[in-house]
Design a protein around this ligand. Sequence first.
Ligand code: ADP
Ligand code: GN1
Ligand code: MG
Length: 367
Amino acid sequence: MDLDLLNTRFDIPGTFLKAAPYGAGHINDTFLGEYDQEGRRVRYVHQRINRKVFPNPVAIMENIHRVVEHLRGKMASRPPLERERRILTLVPARNGASFWTDDGGEIWRTYRFIEGARSLDVPESPRQVYEAARAFAGFQRMLMDLPGPPLGETIPHFHDTPRRLEALRTAISGDLRKRGTDARIEIEFALGRQDLAAGLLRLKEQGRLGERGVHNDTKLNNVLLDERTGEGLCVIDLDTVMPGLGPWDFGDLVRSAANPASEDERDLAQVKVDTTLFEAIARGYLEELGALLSEAERASLVLGAKVITLECGARFLTDHLEGDRYFKVARSGQNLDRCRVQFALLRSFEAQEEDLERIVESCSGAG
Ligand code: ADP
Ligand code: GN1
Ligand code: MG
């Protein structure tokens, strides 16, 4: 697919200037495209959806369409230009559909690029993670009255953590790449935490936690912050928005935003839960959503952080053993490094669990 043909496929006026790979997502191929529209340079995000990860792109686009339209209704009273920066805008294909299939069967979609915003791979300040937490919690709040049937399931069993450990076990017994020996400590760490893995789903089975529309991929770089004001602006990467458990979203944000080190840091001494960052996340999240959470949801937030961090580490480890087929890697061994970071972080959560619970408790008056 030639990128300079994308404006013949999508409803983009003007002439194509250039396009280049963009962002640090692990799943889709993202490009920033620039167009000249009557002398104005206008930018768009083009994404090739990862077909291995998302076998049913139609279901994804239906979900996204429903969600952004619902959000637009919620923000109807805001000025149009502000709304455009707070909600993703899908640019339809020339045939009117929300995506376009190229000759090779690859699925493409286009969003308007949100200008004057940034996404962070690593947190730099408590204010940033507070804003990110408010944005993700606000997103979850706005989904609470989404009309119609539940959202479609875009990746079945996505946060079924015991099943993720099962997949790890299968990868260990296959070990086609002979990578298991280097990962003995990590394998033992993950398989020794079966009980933790089942923690949230057990509460769901017992009827204590209910499902609702959640984001499911609340990594820090999936929210845009306003470059000028620092405010949480727009929640992006909506491919996994589907029914799920609230603590998953809190958990993945804590995993990615309460650790001052990067997701693939090799110096594990840098990896830990920073309680100031954690406090800022809990405060932002509970200010926005606290009043609407059930007691069981609130009581499961720290558990959510532990479960999601275990799960993410197990997924990186599985992918390492299977030859890096799922998450993009820039170097060999990167998925094992990512796994080690998750497990170091989980150790830090376990060591500081009482402090973290106390912080959630102290923020619980908010909202
Ligand atoms: P992936 O599923 O691969 O993670 P994302 O949808 O998260 O892909 O996009 C990758 C990155 O591109 C994001 O982290 C963000 O920095 C940037 N991005 C995506 N969509 C937009 C947009 N509409 N405006 C500005 N930046 C965007
Ligand atoms: C992927 O797409 P991205 O990079 O925002 C993954 C998440 C993981 C995350 C780990 C659809 O998120 O589940 O937690 O990497 N997304 C999918 O960094 O699998
Ligand atoms: Mg992303």
